[in-house]
Structure formats: structure tokens, C-alpha cells
Design a protein around this ligand. Structure first.
Ligand SMILES: Cc1ncc(COP(=O)(O)O)c(C=O)c1O
Ligand SMILES: Nc1c(O)cccc1C(=O)C[C@H](N)C(=O)O
Length: 396
């Protein structure tokens, strides 16, 4: 059983701030600066080129992949790390498309734009009459049929937190001969995931949100063992080669998911992730889910009692959402800026969503109550009316 009061003490949380945005960029673990300094000084500084072996840099993508694998229910040895999530979406979707002659990529309107853009680009690149079919999230199951090549979904909707039933949709897809690509950006570290148990084909995700790897932290990719020896990596970089240091002229894919590696791994970012995963290694994901639900239910009850102008945008059933809660308000952007100015950090997603993440590793019931009090004041006194809250920043 994880002691969440103890994990809270492992993070740097700025004074006077209640951080409900760990679902977008996780906070800094206290151990990270020293681990990064070690990678810079002792490894890069003193070991120089020998660090690839001596400090284990070359083996890190698979080693860190296994530690993430525990959190997402992957078989050992079937997750690797590197690049950005958008790149890993490209590889997973391209690999899946290469395994079928069917033409439809099925996704939903709750998917993150990058995933849909990647699909559009791949359709042009493949040039075999592929089609992207985007349906409402609740209609996905009804559209799984024999024309569908790949079902590509983000398990937890980044705006509303709506949670897809991965087990049911994957089983239905499999029965119809459809391959699955799951984006776990808002799932990894948010709730227990069981890729192996569900029989998912491919999965991808990022490590800078719930997993606290820091801005620019590398993405991960999972390939089911049954495809590991045949999946086409789509981006044939030298570090995905079977023998990178043989420097052969022609490409031969590496063993298993290692073929999904592309080029040089981000060593300093991996050191930061190593430090945050030291916390995650000890987290009981069922306890995390129970606590996340308790916190988010408390938040919804508090906000709904105090702020009649806010409309719940997330599913009310906690088992039908991830670890975030969203409310709608016509002045959502300015209202969120006012909340941030008063110490409660969430974020805004167009057109009108105020989004708050619940991350039990460092948020507790006292934080929820304090956040509700601030939000109630902001909404009750229309504190967002000040002109300085109305102007939109480039990054929100
Ligand atoms: C669901 C989802 N997919 C893809 C991305 C893109 O990730 P990245 O910017 O790391 O490529 C994000 C976040 O930005 C996301 O939330
Ligand atoms: N990756 C981000 C970035 O580099 C800058 C600002 C925001 C992000 C995000 O992660 C957005 C995120 N995927 C979302 O859920 O909206």
C-alpha cells in the first residue's frame, strides 16, 4: 500500500501553489536535480564517450521501458523509450497499417490533434487509398467492422477525461480482425492499465505528464510480443538496427521492440526520468486509482456546491474517466488565468474547458478543499473580469 503523504514529500511544490496540472506537466521530484547533475558531471563530464557502456546510457531505453511497462501492464522487454510521442504515434500506426490490406483508420473526435495529424500524413505517405474515419467517442464501438484496418484511440480524452473501455474495445477489434493502437498519454501514471491482459497490439505514451520525467522527456512505445519480431519500425534509424555498431550498409531490424528505437537517446532526460521512476517503482496502481477517484469526487462535489456557473464536462461516473476533471464555462480561459493568479494551477482547453488533474502522489484532500475555496471565490466574485486575465498566452 503506497503512503501518499510520504510521496508528497518527495516533490518540489512551489509555496502558495496548488498544482492541479500534473496531468500536463508533472512537478519536479526533489531527487531529480542531483540525478541530472550526476549524469552531467560524473557521466558526461568524467566518462565522456565511455558513458554509453559504463553509465549504461545505451541500455537505458529498454531498462526504463520495463519500469514503465509495470505501470501499463506490458510484458517485460516489450517497451522502449525515445523521441517524442508524436513520433511514436507515427511508428505504431505505420507498423499497424503495414500489417493489413484494409483501408480505414478509425479514431474519435476526443483524440489529441497530433495523433490525427499523423494519421493524415501517413495516409498521404502510404498512398493506397487509406481513409481516416473520426467518430464521436461514444460511437466508436458501433464503427468497428471488417473495413477497419486500425483502431487508434487515446484511452483518456485530453479535454474531458472520458475513459475508453480498453478491454472491451480491444476484444471487439480483435474479433473483427482490427489492429489497435492505444495512446496512453493521459493514462500512464493516471490509472492501472493492462495492455497484456487486454491483448492490445501497439501502445504509446509520454513521460512528462503523470510520470514526472520533465519537459521534453522521451516517449515510450509498446509492441505486443506476437508482433515484436515482424513489426515494421517505419523509421529505420541506426539504433533500431540489429547490430548498430556493425555499421552495415543495409538495414536489418533489431530484436523485438528494440527495432522501434531510432537514433541517439536523450541521455540527460533519461536521467531525470530515472529519478522520477524511482518514486513510481514503489507505487501500487490500484491504491493510486482509489485515491485519485476519492480526490476527484471530492473536487466535483465541492465545485458543484460552490460554483453553479460551472458545468461538469467530465463523465460523472468516476470509473468512466481518467484522473482529471473538467468544467465548462464561457469565460473559461480568463477564469482559469484568475485561478492561476490566485494560486490554483489548472489549464484551459478550447473552446471552454477548465481542466484540473488529480495526482495522488502530491495532491491530497486538503489541497482539494483549498483549491475549491479559491475557485469558488474566483467564480463568485468574477475575478476574471480584470482585463489582464482576458488576453491569451501562446502556451496554455
Ligand atoms: C494524447 C496525446 N497524444 C500526443 C501528444 C503529443 O505529444 P508530443 O508533444 O510529446 O509529441 C499529446 C500531448 O502533447 C497528447 O496528449
Ligand atoms: N507537450 C506539451 C508542450 O510541449 C507544451 C504545452 C502543452 C503540452 C501538452 O502536453 C499538451 C497536452 N498533450 C494536453 O493534454 O493538452
Amino acid at each position: 500500500m503506497t503512503d501518499f503523504a510520504a510521496t508528497k514529500a518527495l516533490f518540489h511544490l512551489p509555496d502558495g501553489m496548488i498544482y492541479l496540472d500534473g496531468n500536463s506537466l508533472g512537478p519536479l521530484p526533489l531527487a531529480t536535480p542531483a540525478r541530472v547533475a550526476q549524469a552531467v558531471q560524473d557521466e558526461w563530464g568524467d566518462m565522456l564517450i565511455t558513458g554509453w557502456n559504463k553509465a549504461g546510457w545505451m541500455a537505458q531505453p529498454m531498462a526504463l521501458g520495463d519500469r514503465i511497462g509495470r505501470l501499463i501492464g506490458a510484458e517485460a522487454g516489450h517497451v522502449t523509450l525515445g523521441d517524442t510521442l508524436s513520433v511514436k504515434v507515427y511508428q505504431a500506426l505505420a507498423a499497424a497499417l503495414a500489417m493489413t490490406d484494409r483501408t480505414v483508420i478509425l479514431s474519435d473526435s476526443g483524440n489529441f490533434p497530433s495523433d490525427l495529424y499523423i494519421a493524415e500524413g501517413l495516409i498521404r505517405a502510404f498512398g493506397r487509398g487509406l481513409e481516416l474515419r473520426v467518430v464521436d467517442p461514444e460511437d466508436v464501438a458501433a464503427h468497428i467492422d471488417g473495413s477497419v484496418a486500425v483502431l487508434m484511440l487515446t484511452q483518456v480524452d485530453y479535454r474531458t477525461g472520458r475513459l475508453h473501455d480498453m478491454a472491451a474495445l480491444t476484444a471487439q477489434a480483435q474479433a473483427a480482425g482490427v489492429l489497435t493502437v492505444w495512446d496512453l498519454a493521459h493514462s500512464a501514471g493516471a490509472l492501472p492499465v493492462d495492455l497484456a491482459g487486454c491483448g492490445a497490439d501497439f501502445a504509446v505514451g509520454c513521460t512528462y505528464k503523470y510520470l514526472n520525467g520533465g519537459p521534453g522527456a522521451p516517449a515510450f512505445i509498446y509492441v505486443a510480443p506476437r508482433h515484436a519480431a515482424t513489426a515494421d519500425p517505419a523509421l529505420q534509424g541506426w539504433l533500431g538496427h540489429d547490430a548498430p555498431f556493425a555499421f552495415e550498409q543495409g538495414y536489418r531490424p533489431g530484436a523485438g521492440v528494440a527495432r522501434m528505437r531510432v537514433g541517439t537517446p536523450p541521455v540527460i532526460q533519461m536521467a531525470a526520468l530515472d529519478a522520477s521512476l524511482a518514486i513510481w517503482d514503489k507505487v501500487d496502481m490500484d491504491a493510486l486509482r482509489t485515491t485519485s477517484i476519492r480526490l476527484s469526487q471530492r473536487f466535483i462535489a465541492g465545485v458543484e456546491a460552490a460554483c453553479p456557473d460551472l458545468t461538469l464536462a467530465s463523465p460523472r461516473d468516476p470509473h468512466a474517466r481518467g484522473s482529471q476533471v473538467s468544467f465548462r464555462h464561457p469565460q473559461g480561459y480568463a477564469a482559469m488565468q484568475a485561478c492561476i493568479a490566485h494560486g490554483v494551477v489548472g489549464d484551459f482547453r478550447a473552446p471552454d474547458i477548465m481542466r484540473f488533474g488529480f495526482t495522488p502522489l502530491f495532491i491530497d484532500a486538503g489541497d482539494v478543499d483549498a483549491a475549491v475555496a479559491v475557485i469558488a471565490r474566483v467564480m463568485g466574485e468574477r475575478l476574471w473580469d480584470a482585463p489582464r486575465f482576458m488576453e491569451r498566452a501562446a502556451v496554455t
